[in-house]
Design a protein around this ligand. Sequence first.
Ligand code: NAD
Length: 344
Amino acid sequence: MKNSVRLWRPVLGAQRRAFSSSARRLDNYAFIGLGQMGYQMARNLQAKLPPSDIIRVFDINKAAAEKLVQAMKTQQVGGAAVQVARDAGDAARDADTVITCLPEPKHVKAAYEGILSAYDALQNGDTRPQPRLFIDCSTIDPTSSRNVANAVSTALPDGRGSFVDAPMSGGVVGATAGTLTFMLGAPQSLLGRIEPILLRMGKRVLHCGPQGAGLSAKLANNYLLAIENIATAEAMNLGVKWGLDPKVLASVINVSTGKCWPSEVNNPVPGVVETAPASRDYAGGFGIGLMRKDLRLAMLAAREAGAELPLAEKASEVYETAEAEERCKGRDFSVVYRWLGGKK
Ligand code: NAD
């Protein structure tokens, strides 16, 4: 129902539209999942869309949507008109492009059930000028993602809807600055349509292959990161216990073969890298809970592919037991160094 949504159009955006001579048609967007990442991504998308477009936002946490609309109101520049939707189906019903950014597979499944049931109700009345595009930026496992893709193509047959996966890296800092990197799993034919949308929220789109491939690449990378982080914490702890100065040790590793992102950028020893979370009591950064989740997803996907991950069980145990301790919970995943009993 149209009156179920509230419309806010920025004043400057409306002015821009009045002076626009372009006959560009209106594009409708839905953005579902306004958490730490989605909130910032939706804000960037809205700000960079022309005022002729509409973006409808939804989160099961109503306060998140309200807060976002307030933030958009206070922005200096215009952007697309914003509507707060009643539920996922309501957000997506009129959308050409639906973007989802949700925590886990069960949330993605639930949101798409809501979205697709809204299209069921339209039946033959679903006559969009272009096929609907669904971009899921959540980090989930490739099989769950493929199941949702199949549900979309069953509900919207004959190419009337395509679901693609675009998990991202860059964290909340990258989402806020609009500098995310997206790992895209999509047919080549859709790249021209997807890239400009993602580049409003990020600076790089890496096309990894067909649907599901973005998630495979993301999980393979995060598996490697999970292991490197623990190994760096162990090696730094070992060196410090042997009496080495941690800054000296890091400088040796970082010009040697052990060099990796955790040793160079996100060093787990407080004070070694001033800008790393370790130097601010492990606040911010990539949460240990997210690392644990991504590792479990990688293990699930590896089992399905028949790929051996001999280090995975131990690594998973490390993250789980560390996260269960109050001094580590909710902190950057490099807090594993503290859990190991590493000296400051
Ligand atoms: P978050 O928990 O902060 O936000 C998720 C949001 O989804 C919440 O606001 C929640 O209320 C909402 N939600 C849950 N179920 C919903 C539903 N059915 N319909 C509508 N809204 C629903 O999570 P986040 O940190 O924003 O992460 C989102 C995704 O991005 C995750 O899959 C995460 O792994 C991935 N990711 C996160 C980071 C990061 O640094 N936070 C980095 C890269 C990737």
